[in-house]
Design a protein around this ligand. Structure first.
Ligand code: PLP
Length: 421
């Protein structure tokens, strides 16, 4: 459920008409709903009620400071995957003991940053990383709390580019090697081995792959405890999918996911962490764009928008579907027609949808891409020297620009000319 609904024939974000935001900030723009962000965070928090737990929002999904502050105020932890994200989380007021650090390529500088600033745990993904972290910790005279990310060799049944839990993926250590790696970690004096981490992929629409992975984690917990390790925290990753279209069957609910966690792992008495990203932010954001032209092609009509693949890469990168709806609600009974919906960038991949049924639209009409809150703004670029589009946060009847569109001067002046030119 989200808070983007039609009222009196116009699409609103909470209590603000989208057309009003468009008139104020110009198109295209991203808009997020505070109530939706809060609701989704709470769904996870409540799903784990009764277990010692922390929901660490995977901030790579949408990392604007205002979004992080909204979630941090509810008690959220953060899952970060770079030094930059660590600094973003700290800048939003998240204490170090609520930040977990994931990622396969943490540098020594990033490790030092987190060790000095405070960290809940590092999710370590390889032996060389373990050795580097041990050295960084000893150098600072501290011990680094770690889990080891295990790769359970489970098929997440999602798009290949966002599956991470198969043995051929670059993530984690093979679960078959876990005992040896934990023994090695325990022997390193700069490391404090506290738990196990797993994350099998993103946009999972069934519980079965989670069930398989978590059963393996439960078994590994017992094995490692028998080996003498004090396994007391399980980080179960993120990955629960969202409905990208209302006509599809809905993915499992956070409550069902929480029940699965309780059933597979609850008996172990471990502290539980989860790292949802997409489900927190995805349906809490829209991309709003204006139709520039309607062009008649060979047997098809093109809707040319002012948003493009550089603003929302998901259709080009993952063949992703986004529902695209007119901001002015079509009257009941309006006949739909097929459009190829494209952006202005000079690539054929700059296509959002092919032969999409839409009510008739004309230049100047506004459309909204639903489910654009996660992996939207954060993956945007300035390709074609198109400015990064503004982000707007709505809270009831208020809205605020939380990232302004840069001016062309700002963009151009980021370049510097060598003195020989
Ligand atoms: C991307 C990622 C997540 C979040 O995945 P979602 O599908 O957005 O929930 C969580 N943990 C790790 C380690 C990740 O890389």
């Amino acid at each position: 459920m989200d808070h983007f609904l039609y009222r009196d024939g116009a699409l609103y974000a909470e209590d603000v008409p989208l057309a009003e935001i468009a008139a104020s900030v110009g198109t295209p723009f991203y808009v997020y709903s505070t109530a939706t962000l809060e609701r989704h965070y709470r769904l996870f928090d409540e799903a784990l009620e009764g277990m010692d737990h922390l929901v660490c929002y995977a901030m790579k999904a949408a990392s604007n400071q205002a979004i992080l502050k909204t979630l941090a105020a509810l008690g959220a932890g953060m899952d970060v995957v770079s030094g930059g994200e660590y600094l973003r989380a700290k800048a939003a007021g998240v204490p170090g003991d609520r930040i977990v650090f994931s990622g396969i390529g943490k540098t020594t500088d990033e490790m030092r940053l987190a060790l000095e600033g405070g960290i809940r745990q590092f999710n370590v993904e390889s032996e060389p990383e373990m050795i580097a972290l041990n050295a960084a910790a000893l150098d600072l005279g501290v011990r680094a709390p770690i889990t080891v990310r295990v790769n359970p060799d489970v098929d997440a049944k999602t798009h290949a580019k966002i599956a991470t839990g198969k043995s051929e993926n670059k993530f984690g250590i093979p679960i078959a090697r876990a005992r040896a790696v934990y023994a090695q970690a325990a022997a390193l004096p700069g490391l404090d081995v506290i738990g196990i981490d797993v994350h099998i992929g993103s946009q999972l629409t069934e519980l079965a792959p989670f069930a398989l992975a978590y059963a393996k984690v439960a078994e590994l917990t017992e094995t490692l405890r028998a080996d003498g390790h004090d396994i007391r925290r399980l980080d179960l990753g993120g990955g629960l999918g969202i409905p990208y279209t209302r006509s599809n069957s809905a993915p499992p609910l956070p409550t069902e996911y929480g029940a699965l966690i309780r059933d597979t792992l609850g008996h172990l008495g471990c502290e539980i962490e989860i790292e949802p990203g997409r489900l927190v932010a995805g349906n809490a954001g829209l991309l709003v764009s204006e139709v520039i032209y309607v062009k008649s092609g060979e047997g098809r009509d093109f809707l040319i928008l002012d948003a493009a693949m550089n603003d929302l890469i998901r259709p080009a990168m993952y063949d992703a579907w986004h529902d695209i709806v007119p901001v002015i609600e079509p009257e009941a009974g309006t006949e739909q027609q097929p459009y190829d919906i494209v952006g202005p960038v000079c690539e054929s991949g700059d296509t959002f949808a092919k032969q999409r049924m839409m009510p008739p639209l004309v230049a100047g009409d506004l459309v909204a891409f639903r489910s654009a809150g996660a992996y939207g703004a954060v993956m945007s670029s300035e390709y074609n020297t198109r400015p990064m589009i503004p982000e707007v946060l709505v809270h009831e009847h208020q809205f605020a620009v939380i990232r302004a569109r840069p001016t062309f001067d700002e963009m151009i002046n980021r370049d510097t000319i060598p003195e020989w030119l």
